[in-house]
Design a protein around this ligand. Structure first.
Ligand code: 5RP
Length: 236
């Protein structure tokens, strides 16, 4: 499954592999989105096929659903599952309090809904995702298409009074057209550089008309499994 991996892929793979320890027979498992989460889905698929592991997976995006089915994992909807034992997902940044920025892959809305409906959320990440203060990675904010430029202007205006360094926002593009999420929305990326009060920013953003959800995951993550390029793994 792995062949010869680059250090970054090895770090993602070992974190994903280690995180399979959180999954037990019979569990309902939230399956994250992104390149690290894809390793997890492949590892779990191997356990299903070769060890007879029985799990039901709730994917956080159409691409994760496709991969899960491809590797042999039974896929069900969140409403069928109702509640999950564990969700395992990647992240774009995590800090010492296990707060996260997510949504680099555009799946933050389903990811947050699924993680919140789980007994436990475990993040898998390479060590490059660890930060002292969140904000170097542009913060994704999912907005409805209607009036998105007005929503963007409102966000920029509001950022002036917030504890952040940068204030530029950009519409995420897919070629010449705005990127469209699985829920039919767009993503504004907020280039903030440093987020002083992530909890407050998350609340303020979600109160704005036009904003569906933001990529700050505050008090949602229970553990981060960190992988290194030399194959070491640590749990935070
Ligand atoms: C997708 C996400 C991903 O988990 C995040 O972007 C990390 O991706 P990768 O594992 O490819 O670095 O939040 O919306």
């Amino acid at each position: 499954m792995t062949g010869e991996l680059s250090p970054i892929d090895k770090a993602k793979f070992v974190a994903a592999k280690q995180a399979t320890d959180y999954v037990e027979d019979g569990m309902r498992v939230g399956l994250g989105t992104g390149s690290t989460a894809a390793w997890l889905v492949r590892c779990l698929g191997e356990m299903v096929r070769e060890q007879g592991l029985r799990i039901k997976g709730v994917p956080t995006s159409t691409r994760t659903a496709e991969l899960a089915r491809e590797v042999g994992i039974e896929v069900i909807s969140l409403d069928e599952a109702k509640w999950l034992d564990v969700t395992i997902d990647g992240a774009d940044e995590f800090d010492a309090d296990l707060n996260l920025i997510k949504g680099g892959g555009g799946a933050l809305l389903q990811e947050k809904i699924v993680a919140t409906a789980s007994d436990q959320m475990v993040v898998i990440a390479d060590i490059g995702k660890e930060v002292e203060t969140l904000g170097s990675f542009p913060l994704p904010v999912e907005v409805v298409p209607f009036g998105w430029q007005t929503t963007q202007a409102l966000i920029e205006e509001t950022l002036v009074s917030m504890d952040v360094l940068g204030r530029t926002t950009t519409m995420r593009m897919n070629g010449a057209a705005p990127f469209v999420t699985d829920e039919g929305n767009h993503i504004l990326d907020l280039h903030l550089n440093r987020i002083g009060d992530a909890r407050q920013l998350a609340m303020v953003l979600n109160q704005m008309p036009g904003v569906v959800e933001n990529g700050l995951f505050i008090d949602i993550c229970d553990a981060v499994v960190v992988g290194y390029g030399d194959g070491r793994v640590e749990v935070r």
